[in-house]
Each structure stands twice: as C-alpha cells, then as structure tokens.
Design a protein around this ligand. Structure first.
Ligand code: FEO
Ligand code: CA
Ligand code: CA
Length: 599
C-alpha cells in the first residue's frame, strides 16, 4: 500500500484518519500561549555530543548520576565510579520518569532511576561487569527513585543537599503490598511468609502523579535482574510469560542476594512489576505496591478523574505484543477527603481495538478470564489479557491524557516481531488497526477518545496521531504519515506528556545510527506537536547515544526539566562533562533566554 493510499484510508484500515481532528482547547489565553511556544524555530537533526535547542532557549544540568544528596556523601569518583555506600546516598543511574511537586517555595523533584549501564558503572573493571560483592550492591543502590529538593539561584536549578525531603529508594527499600494480591500465596517467600512486604522497587521506568499529591513509579523490566543458580531449573509458564530467564542481563544480583535466584526464591519475581505509590512530602512513608493496577512491564501511569469522580489510570505494558490497561477506582475522589487508598481497589480492564476505528475496554474478572481469583488476575495480568483476546500492541510506552480530558495518547514505540512471532503468551501479533506495519521499525502514536468524553465509558474511538517513518528513504507505509517530513524525522516515540495548553511533548528512545532507514534522524530527541493541526516540530536533540526521557515543568512554567538517559552508552559520548569524562545520565533544566514562561 502506498503512503497516499494509506493516508486516504486503505482497504485494510477502513477510514483511518492519520492527522488528529481539532480538540476543544480554545480560549484566548491558551491560544496565545500555544503560539508563544509553538512559534520556535525547529532544531536540525544532528549527532553532536550535547543538547541542542532553538535559539531562544538555554539549558543547564540540575543533577547527574552519582551526585550526593547529602553533604556527608562522597562526590562522584570517575576512577571507581562509586561504591555501594556512596551510591546509596547519591542520585541514581539512568534517570527516567519524573514529577515535580511544589508546595509554597518547596520544589521536590521525584525521579525514577531505571537501570544501570554495566559498561559505564563498571567501566573501572576489565570485564565491564560487577566483580565484587560491593560492585553488585552498588548496582542495586543505583536504581529505584531519587527524591530531591531543588532550588533556583541566579537562574540555575540545583539540588539542596541535606534537605529533610531528600530520599533514596533502592532495591533494598521496604515496601508494602496492597490490593487484591496482598498476602496471596504466589507472593509468599521465606523472608516474607505473609506475602505483604516486598523489599525494593526495580526498573522504575515512567512515572505518574495523583490528584492527592503522590508519585507513581512504574516497575518495568524487572525480569532483567533475576537469574537461576540451577541451570536445570524448570521455568513455569508464568515466568516465561513475564520474560524471566535462567540468566540475567549481567547484573549478578543473585550472588549477593538470594532473593534474585529464581531457583532459591521462585515467588520473588511475582513481587515486582507493579505501580508503586510514594508520598514525596513524607520521607518516612512506606511505598505502597498497588496490585489492583495489575502486573506487567509497566511503562507509566496516566491518571485522570472521570466525569463521575472515579480515578482512572491508563497504563501500557512495554513488551512486544502486550496490552494496554485501564484501572477505575472503586471509590470516588473527593478533594477534601483522605484519598490515600483510592488505588487499593477497583476494576481492571484491557483494551480491544477494532479495525473500524472503534474500541472497547474488557473487564478482567474471574468470570471473564476463567482465572481463579482477582488476586491471580492482578499477579498474572498478561494471562488475563490473553484470556479475553485483548489487542496485541507494538510495545506501549508512555500514555498522556489531554487537559480537557477528551483524548488519550499512547506511544507505540516499535516492534520488530509484529506480523512474525507471537508474544510470550502465544498470542498472534498480526498487523492490526493501531499497529499497521509488519516489522515496525519506527513506531506510532495512537490516540483515543472515550465515548461522551467519559473515561468510565467502556467504548472509545481511536485514530493514529502519527505514524513515524522516513519519507526521505521510503515511499510506502515506512514513509510515515503526512505529518512526518524531512524536517522532523524521528523514530521510536517513548516519553510523552501534554502541557497545560494541550501541546504534546514527545521524547524518543530509538535507533540513533543516523544511517539507512534512520538517515537524517540524528540523535534521540524531543519534539512538540500541535494536536489541532497535527504539526510536529523538533525542539531538542540529545547528546550521543542517549535516550530523552522524563519531563516536568516548574510551577511558573518558566523551566522545563528533561531527562537525558544513558548518554554515551556504547562508549561514543561523554555528556555532560565532555572531553574524556565518564558519561552520566542527568536531569537538565531548560529556560527561555528572555525569562518568559515556556508554556
Ligand atoms: Fe523503560 Fe519502556 O521504557
Ligand atoms: Ca520508556
Ligand atoms: Ca525506553
């Protein structure tokens, strides 16, 4: 099918409309602000080892991997790249989703630390792997969440060491399991025979925030940290569904902590893969794992209060051929009451897309899935989705809901196995409506609108907002949709947020080779789209080999915080300190040079 045919609505896609229709964001002030932001001169794709922005903007580093959060901590040592004890009190590695919480003059930046780059964090070792027990524990201390108070002086944001709000959450921080799965036998271990107190949170990817002021950290590829001391160990079907293998990704945790040895503690991995709630303003609070929201490779959590007052959370499972989920709280949100347990119980749904641009949410219950209990559904959520024939998706990454509550957007980053192999549960992954290309190299963003603008409604209408592609290389579907052009080439949309004006901020984590199918795309980047017109412009190019992920705005909207993850991950970059320095993931702040609000 040609690009033109596709755009007109090809045979297999019915009447798919590629460019989104106008939304209803339209008062004069908002219009003015959109123009203010969207009038920037787009940045050219490039392969520089720095951050590139439009002329009227500048950036600075707020915090880097290894920066101590307390004055008693140890400054980052490029020779050792830190120890377990220095890392335990310092900003974690590979920052990802983040949210800024403000109260009066207080600014608390809460940031996920997803995983570690072995060749960088262990770059002092000849094997580029952990070689001592302390090395292994250093890796466990480098992930989780970093909560840091920040302040602005002379136009620059930096951390406030020793703030009472500063906190590190790691793979060793106690948490509490809540909801249907709490205490279930699949969660019980020798160390926690009641199955209610998992230790640690792992692979904290995207984020979310609740209307009652808490942070949601989303456990994604937790399976990467597990391995077996017994190479003849028989993986269960559920372990296979969740990607657990006999070997880990080189982290070696089981040698230091038997919890991560699936042969010794086969239920331990069932205690990860959840949305975890954290109160950033109470550093002594216990993190709550919200099993009611299901278990998968959680990307982020997009929270909205529905017309009728329920808390709705949209969530993607970032794995090839996995699903999109929706949670609706059992109780209503009341601004003047205690809402702290609203995510403890509710209904869980999975998305089914039809090729006629309609879709529906299928509730996951013992009746609909044939599974034994809601607890089991909340632990083996992928199996529940398969049981009701949910639509297999091209790796759902971040989801964002428009401020006027009408539309929801989700990045489907790419999927090399679309049309080729089933997901790990055996569900076929044929080309389908929102996932229209086999061997999907570039990714797309799907948009849906619930019927009657009501996020409780089980029916929705969907369309593709953009099909990423390369019109300078291809003339078929791989050219992408009409709103792709030689000036905004990108692949693999991942991070996503919508500002108060309704503009989409899209971040990429894709192929940065800048050649072949990806010629002209340069490094990973951040683009801004106007949903009213579908127009997309490049706002930022990241440094070499990085991913751009995580975004938050200051309360006055004059600063935007952006995450630069794994710069120089293959040895070809030295961001942010340049020359031959050790590359370090970092949060940067961006301001307009004239000091005006960004959005
Ligand atoms: Fe952690 Fe799916 O990105
Ligand atoms: Ca991501
Ligand atoms: Ca990613």
């Amino acid at each position: 099918m040609s690009r033109r045919t596709f755009l007109r609505g090809g045979a297999s896609l019915g009447t798919t409309v590629i460019v989104a229709k106008a939304t209803s964001v339209s008062n004069a002030a908002i219009q003015k602000s959109i123009l203010h932001t969207f009038s920037f001169e787009p940045v050219l794709a490039n392969t520089e080892d720095t951050v590139s922005l439009p002329n009227d903007f500048s950036w600075h580093v707020v915090i880097r991997w290894g920066d101590p959060l307390w004055s008693s901590g140890t400054e980052f040592d490029p020779n050792t790249r830190g120890t377990a004890s220095s890392q335990e009190f310092a900003f974690g590695d590979n920052n990802d989703g983040m949210e800024l919480f403000t109260k009066g003059d207080l600014n608390i930046l809460t940031v996920n630390n997803e995983y570690t780059n072995l060749r960088i964090i262990y770059g002092n070792r000849s094997s580029k792997l952990p070689e001592t027990i302390d090395d292994i524990r250093k890796g466990k201390m480098a992930i989780g969440v970093s909560v840091v108070e920040i302040s602005q002086q002379g136009g620059r944001w930096s951390i406030l060491k020793d703030s009472v709000y500063n906190r590190r959450v790691t793979a060793e921080t106690p948490t509490e399991m809540t909801g249907p799965a709490r205490g279930h036998y699949l969660l019980r271990t020798n160390e926690d025979p009641d199955g209610i107190n998992p230790i640690g949170t792992l692979h904290n990817c995207g984020s979310g925030r609740t209307p009652w002021g808490t942070y949601l950290t989303c456990e994604e590829n937790f399976h990467h940290f597990f391995s077996s001391s017994d190479q003849s160990f028989q993986l269960t079907d559920a372990m296979k569904r969740y990607g657990i293998k006999l070997n880990d990704r080189g982290y070696g945790w089981r040698k230091q902590d038997a919890r991560f040895d699936i042969a010794a503690s086969p239920n331990e991995s069932n205690r990860f893969g959840y949305i975890v709630e954290l109160d950033p303003l109470d550093p002594t609070s216990t993190l709550k794992k919200r099993s009611a929201l299901g278990r998968c490779n959680h990307e982020n959590a997009a929270v909205i209060v529905s017309e009728s007052g329920y808390v709705v959370v949209y969530m993607g499972d970032d794995e090839r051929g996995e699903f999109l989920y929706r949670f609706i709280s059992k109780e209503k949100y009341h601004p003047d009451r205690d809402n702290s347990n609203l995510l403890e119980y509710g209904r869980l749904y999975v998305a089914k897309f039809h090729d006629n641009l309609r879709g529906e949410w299928l509730e996951l219950t013992p009746q609909t899935t044939g599974m034994a209990s809601q607890a089991e559904i909340c632990i083996h959520t992928r199996c529940a989705g398969s049981a009701v024939n949910a639509t297999t998706m091209d790796r759902p990454e971040w989801i964002a809901v428009s401020p006027n509550k009408t539309d929801v957007y989700c990045c489907l980053t790419n999927n090399r196995t679309r049309g080729k192999t089933p997901n790990t549960g055996g569900d076929a992954t044929p080309v389908n409506g929102p996932n229209p290309r086999p061997n999907n190299k570039y990714g797309q963003i799907v948009k849906w609108a619930p019927d009657h603008n009501d996020h409780d409604n089980d029916k929705f209408t969907w369309e593709l907002f953009v099909l990423a592609g390369n019109p300078t290389v291809h003339s078929n579907l791989n050219a992408g949709s009409q709103n792709m052009n030689r000036d905004n080439l990108f692949n693999s949309p991942d991070g996503l947020a919508i500002d108060r004006n309704g503009l989409l901020w899209m971040q990429t984590d894709g192929n940065y080779s800048n050649e072949g199918d990806f010629a002209g795309m340069g490094n990973n980047q951040m683009l801004i789209a106007d949903p009213k017109t579908g127009e997309i412009k490049r706002f930022l190019v990241g440094p070499r080999e990085c991913e751009v992920t995580g975004i938050a705005w200051s309360s006055d909207r004059k600063s935007v915080f952006v995450g630069i993850q794994h710069p120089g991950e293959k040895g070809g970059g030295h961001f942010p300190d340049g020359s031959k320095s050790v590359p370090r993931s970092a949060v940067i702040a961006i301001n307009r040079n004239d000091g005006a609000p960004i959005c």
